[in-house]
Design a protein around this ligand. Structure first.
Ligand code: TMP
Length: 210
């Protein structure tokens, strides 16, 4: 019924928010899910990230993971009238793979959009956690994974591309300052989701753009 996605650069605090939203909104019985990794294809994606495989192969694995995620988790849950909250979703591809495919594919954004065209479901609400790249790097510096996306030039461009997506679709995005205390971010994010959920319950039809 309602599809909410959480987006942001690595180290933006989105996973912390995502984890906290489940218990906070438990009365709405949300389906808490994520990309990559909700299906077996997620394992292949993780491997592609670790091994820094070919950027096109990596992009298509992310897309394959999305297709399986939609089919196995998102669509059935929405069909049951559930609230779905996904940690990363289509926008992650539109921004990260725009960077990794630069110089490899002509106009990566158009290519990425066309790959999704006709079968994906766009989110009703996307909460974007915005943090300066320096803060994000400070946070991810403490992680052991050191994925190839977690580099300053990559994250700087990813951040810019997120902001371009916001410009194109302001009604869908809620931008929150990811440097604020987590409990404050949680309160605002949960409030926004509750509001959208109650609006739908009042009988307003769900906007699904494909
Ligand atoms: P995660 O840290 O949120 O689990 O995501 C793993 C990495 O994968 C992160 O650096 C962002 C990247 N990513 C993409 O490049 N494209 C995508 O479509 C998704 C979902 C994630």
């Amino acid at each position: 019924m309602l599809l909410v996605t959480i987006e942001g650069i690595d180290g933006s605090g989105k996973t912390t928010l995502h984890k906290a939203l489940g218990p906070c909104l438990s009365d709405l019985d949300p389906v808490i899910t994520c990309e990559p990794g909700s299906t077996w294809i997620g394992e292949a994606v993780r491997r592609a990230i670790r091994e820094q495989s070919d950027p096109i192969a990596e992009a298509l694995l992310f897309v394959a993971d999305h297709a399986a995620h939609l089919r196995e988790v998102v669509k059935p849950a929405l069909a049951e009238g559930r609230l779905v909250i996904s940690d990363r979703y289509i926008d992650s591809r539109l921004v990260y793979q725009q960077v990794t495919l630069d110089g490899i594919i002509l106009d990566p954004l158009s290519w990425l959009r066309s790959v999704h065209n006709g079968w994906t479901i766009m989110p009703d609400l996307t909460i974007l956690l915005a943090v300066p790249v320096s803060v994000a790097l400070e946070r991810t510096g403490r992680r052991e994974s050191g994925e190839h996306f977690e580099q300053e030039p990559v994250l700087t461009r990813v951040y810019e591309y997120y902001m371009q997506l916001v410009e194109e679709d302001k009604a869908r995005f809620l931008i929150l300052d990811g440097t604020l205390p987590p409990e404050h971010i949680l309160k605002v994010a949960a409030g926004a989701i509750r509001y959208r959920h109650s609006e739908l319950k009042k009988g307003r039809s769900r906007k699904v753009s494909v």
